[in-house]
Design a protein. Structure first.
Ligand SMILES: Cc1cc2nc3c(=O)[nH]c(=O)nc-3n(C[C@H](O)[C@H](O)[C@H](O)COP(=O)(O)O)c2cc1C
Length: 344
């Protein structure tokens, strides 16, 4: 599969999740089977580009290609400038956020709120494509099925976006109004796929290899994008890849292997955020990794009190070593759709 001229390793995408899919997490997902990962959104507000948060998000040192950066905003000129800024910092693909329902974004009329204002959405798309074209950087669009149930305009926006030069569209099978409630539907994804010639990616509630296979079948999508089900379980990508290739399930990872992946993630995480911020923001990743395991909730509560890299790493190491005394393979941690809703 290709995005514009850029060839991807496979059809398994990591969904952008602000506060989650930072560079260390994306790297790990790519190492464990994802073919593509988009950065957390970067605001188009210039005054925030020098903040620690945005400069960390725009730092792609050592990232496996292709480097795809998502931008969010409400003004076509500012979005074009944001695209150029991120291309200067290594972005090879620019993704426009028209899918995120977060209040912080939507209050400023960005993210999925843009789906309610089609002329503005199109102005933004055209301006970003024009800014990226001289650099040969493809532009992609991440959207929902529409604003609300009665106004599911994904097909119309996707068609206009393709005509404006967008090279790929990802669709989360919910409306803006739904937030993360209810279940994702894939009929609208199928309708978008049928209407476009550029690749279409299906997203929403994909929690297992079977579900990935089924969503690809019913939607005809070229790829699937997985978000919440990868939290604490980044190896879901290789499980899905193996199942799509062979129809067989991989066994759960060995406990000691899962420990090694988590420690690798933590060290990369501390490297990006430093000790003080890193230990705190690592807690959620550790929590996701252990929450479905025996004794995981109790461990999470204790681990959340630790404040240094040394104590956090030691606690994680000891906890997994103890689990390995009784379990060779990780007890199954595949999550159900209703559990995943809690993670939004
Ligand atoms: C914590 C969190 C942060 C998110 N941040 C973004 C974002 O920055 N940009 C975006 O387009 N979507 C964002 N999303 C939406 C996801 O990319 C995805 O569309 C959604 O979670 C549905 O996929 P899933 O069911 O596989 O999680 C976010 C979702 C979550 C849970």
């Amino acid at each position: 599969m290709k995005i514009g001229h850029i060839e991807l390793a496979n059809r398994l995408f990591v969904a952008p999740m602000a506060g989650v899919t930072d560079r260390p997490f994306r790297q790990l997902c790519k190492r464990l089977g994802a073919g593509y990962a988009v950065s957390e959104m970067i605001t188009s507000r210039k005054e925030l580009w020098n903040t620690l948060k945005t400069s960390r998000r725009a730092n792609h040192e050592g990232e496996v290609n292709p480097i795809a950066v998502q931008i969010a905003g409400t003004d076509a000129h500012m979005m074009a400038e944001a695209a150029a800024y991120n291309i200067d910092r290594g972005a090879q693909i620019i993704d426009i956020n028209m899918g995120c329902p977060a209040k912080k974004v939507c209050n400023k009329w960005a993210g999925s709120a843009l789906m309610q204002d089609e002329p503005l959405a199109l102005d933004i798309i055209e301006a970003v494509v024009a800014a990226c074209a001289p650099h040969n950087v493809p532009v992609t669009l991440k959207m929902r099925t529409g604003w609300c149930h009665a106004e599911r305009n994904a097909v119309r926006i996707a068609r206009a976006a393709e005509s404006a030069g967008v090279a790929m569209v990802a669709v989360h099978g919910r409306t803006r109004e739904q937030g993360y409630k209810g279940e994702a539907e894939y009929d609208t994804v199928a309708a978008v796929k049928a209407a476009l010639t550029v690749p279409v990616v299906a997203n929403g509630d994909i929690t297992s290899p079977e579900k990935a296979h089924e969503v690809m079948r019913v939607s005809g999508a070229d790829a699937v994008m997985i978000g919440r089900a990868a939290q604490g379980r980044p190896w879901i990508f290789r499980e899905v890849a193996h199942y799509l290739e062979t129809g067989q399930h991989l066994p759960e990872p060995e406990v000691l292997q899962a420990k090694a992946w988590l420690l690798e993630h933590l060290h990369d995480h501390y490297g990006l955020y430093g000790e003080h911020a890193g230990v705190r923001s690592a807690r959620k990743h550790i929590g996701w990794a252990v929450r479905a395991l025996p004794g995981g909730e109790a461990f999470r509560a204790e681990m959340n009190l630790l404040e240094t890299v040394d104590t956090q790493v030691r606690a994680v190491t000891d906890w997994f070593d103890q689990l390995a005394d009784t379990h060779h393979f990780l007890p199954s941690t595949l999550v159900e759709v209703d559990q995943i809703a809690e993670r939004a």
